[in-house]
Write a protein that binds this ligand. Structure first.
Ligand code: F6P
Length: 361
């Protein structure tokens, strides 16, 4: 193994730089291997001149605690669906063969792809075209199968919990209902875990379609018991029973729909029912800034393990955390079943035991 590439695709997540740093150090220390960073996800392969940068020890010095990614990311960088202007018209084309050529020209013995579901699906497709891919699971949503946890999730969870703590005091002072809209497109882990950790009274997640009347019932019953305030943790991907997810912008074949607005919808319903309400949308605050110690620890282990896997030529595979140990498994196996909140799991049972409503009763 002489030369490996690293790219970060999709939305950023705290810990990306920690993975890059660990991979570079392991590649140089253990394998005397050169490392190349690819800029802006797969897009970097389309620009032979400026699409990459050398990653040596100096390049990764001081980045362990830094949020974002020093390589840049692109969540519109799907090589299989790229919008271009041809003869004055916008069309969608497949540039995957150009990407494969770009990878070959850089003479990489392995390509580490740090990404979520979308980026890793593309990685698997490229692996089928012969690219020596190693996947590293990243997303604050924690929705990738085959691994107990993705890096970035713990940081987002801590930020969301702190926000709930802060909203708690102001909600209580003003006798208000406050809904906090949290990230979580199809999986409700951030809202569930932060809701439990931050004392939410109602948690709404994509896995459980909710009824407005049921949310109101919980708030009314707290009110009747003298608890004049309530906190609602809502995943951005939650939807009402029989309804749709709430989008702030529709999607197309290149852009996924942009979620946003369900927190506002819930807060407005509660206010119309007689309880003064407010909404906070935490948004990208959950993705930015320094990773927690846990995420740095996990990201570092993933980065080093990904390079060891590359040295064994374990291509088209992904590193993962299972029972506290780093393992690896085929990418298609990891991606076959996306991870969702286990509705029969102990976290859900515990939440219900302590009186949290999921808007389904
Ligand atoms: O996948 C992580 C995530 O945070 C989702 O929860 C959210 O829908 C999405 O990213 C938003 O990404 P962006 O605003 O960067 O398109």
């Amino acid at each position: 193994m002489k030369r490996i590439g690293i790219l970060t695709g999709g939305g950023d997540a705290p810990g990306l730089n920690a993975v890059i740093r660990a991979a570079v150090k392991t590649a140089i220390n253990e394998y005397q291997c050169e490392v190349v960073g690819i800029r802006d996800g797969y897009d970097g392969f389309l620009d032979l001149e400026n699409g990459s940068l050398p990653l040596d020890m100096a390049a990764v010095s001081g980045i362990l605690a830094r949020g974002g990614t020093i390589l840049g990311a692109a969540n519109r960088g799907n090589p299989y669906a790229r919008k271009v202007i041809r003869d004055g018209k916008e069309i969608t084309i497949d540039v995957s063969d150009e990407i494969v050529k770009g990878i070959e020209r850089r003479k990489l013995d392995a390509l580490l792809v740090l990404g979520g579901d979308g980026t890793l699906h593309i990685a698997h497709e490229l692996a089928l075209k012969g690219v020596p891919i190693i996947g590293v699971p990243k997303t604050i949503d924690n929705d990738i199968g085959g691994t107990e946890i993705t890096f970035g999730f713990d940081t987002a969870l801590n930020i969301a919990t702190e926000a709930l703590d802060r909203l708690h005091t102001t909600a209580e002072s003003h006798h208000r209902v406050i809904a906090i809209e949290l990230m979580g497109r199809d999986a409700g882990f951030i809202a569930l875990n932060a809701g439990i950790s931050g004392g939410a009274d109602v948690i709404l997640i994509p896995e459980i379609p909710f009824k407005f009347e049921s949310v109101l019932k919980k708030i009314q019953s707290r009110n009747d018991q003298g608890r004049k305030f309530s906190l609602i943790a809502v995943s951005e991907g939650a939807k009402a029973l029989g309804g749709e997810q709430v989008y702030s912008r529709q999607g197309d074949e290149v852009y996924v729909p942009r979620l946003g607005g369900v927190g506002q919808t819930v807060a407005e319903y509660i206010e119309r029912s007689g309880f003064e309400s407010r909404v906070t949308v935490l948004g990208h605050v959950q993705r930015g800034g320094t990773p927690t110690a846990f995420d740095r620890w996990l990201a570092t282990r993933y980065g080093a393990a990904a390079v060891r896997l590359a040295a064994r030529q374990g291509f088209d595979r992904m590193v993962a955390l299972q029972c506290g140990e780093i393992v690896d498994l085929p990418l298609d196996e990891a991606l076959a079943i996306p991870k969702r909140v286990n509705l029969q799991g102990d976290a859900m049972i515990t939440a219900r035991n302590i009186g949290i409503s999921f808007g389904d009763e």
